[in-house]
Every structure is written in C-alpha cells, then in structure tokens.
Design a protein around this ligand. Sequence first.
Ligand code: FMN
Length: 169
Amino acid sequence: MSLGVVFYSRSNNTRTGAEYIAGKVKAELIELTEANGRKGLGGFIKSGYQAVSGKTSALIGDPWKEADKHSALYLMTPIWGGKTTPAMNAFMQNADFKGKMVTAITFQADEKGAGTKVTYDRIRQIVESSGGTFVGGYALHSAAPGRFAGKEYIEKQLDEKYLSIIKNS
Ligand SMILES: Cc1cc2nc3c(=O)[nH]c(=O)nc-3n(C[C@H](O)[C@H](O)[C@H](O)COP(=O)(O)O)c2cc1C
C-alpha cells in the first residue's frame, strides 16, 4: 500500500506530527501551502472567521496530483473554530478519494477534542461521496493558537493514541 500524509500547519504542531507519522509508516509528505499569509492578530482573526464559515483557501502547487499516487491518505490539520482549516477544506473539496483509505488526525488546543465528532462526520461524508473509505479520526492535543506544544509531547501522543492502536490491530 502506498501512503501519503496530506497536512496543513500554521504553527508547526501538525507539521511535527505529520513528519513523525510519515517516518513511522513510510509515507510521502504532501504539504498544503496557501497563496495568502495568516501572520499576526489579523491573520488569526481572518483564519477563525474563514474556518467557522467553512471557507476554502487558494493553494499553491498541485497537492491533488501528488495525492493521486497513493492508495491510503492521512489528512492532518489543526482544528480551527471547531472545524477543519480552509486549506484542508480546499484539498478535500477537489480531491478524488475513489478507492482510497482515508484517516484523519487533528490537533487542537482543547484537550477533550471539542468539535471533532462533527468534523470527522463531515470528512467521512466528503470521502465517501467521492468513493473513498473513511477509516476514522484521531483527535490529539497540541497548544493554544500560535504556540508549539513541543516535539516530544506531539510524538508521545501519536505513539499512545494512534501508532500503538494500529500496531495491535
Ligand atoms: C484561527 C484559529 C482557530 C482555532 N480554533 C480552535 C478551536 O476551535 N478549538 C481548539 O481546540 N483549538 C483551536 N485553535 C488552536 C489550534 O487548533 C492549535 O493551536 C493547533 O495546534 C494549531 O496547529 P498548527 O500548530 O499545526 O498550526 C485555533 C487556532 C487558530 C489559529
């Protein structure tokens, strides 16, 4: 099975997790890069508004072509406003998930994973409506907006809440 990790990260938490997973399961890293920046307080406010209203953003390059090569995809994104990010929305909206196994892994400030149940239902709907299989979603804790939780903390959670589960299944 050929694996791809499609990820978006503004403050490096999701990036750190994506790099760790990709190394562990031998997957290609596919980063979603936005055409427009999100720096500072203005960027934060814009981001919250866009996420809450389910907006997409313009992406640079062709992540869809890179993802096409793989039979299984990880979708990794922070949770913003209880939902997926505009970059991940843009990817999912135009992706062809036909025949692919899709797993979502999200990072957020809330330790209890607020919003993820509805978010994973939405991802499942998108994946299944384009012919893919949604394997499941894993909600991980990171840090407050703009903060970095640290490599060790992120990797430990992935070990405990995801990698140990797939190892034993
Ligand atoms: C615009 C914005 C909105 C956010 N909304 C939420 C939220 O609704 N719930 C939550 O738990 N964390 C929220 N966060 C925190 C992020 O999910 C958290 O900081 C995450 O680690 C960011 O990932 P990254 O470092 O890969 O960019 C938000 C962060 C930003 C920037």
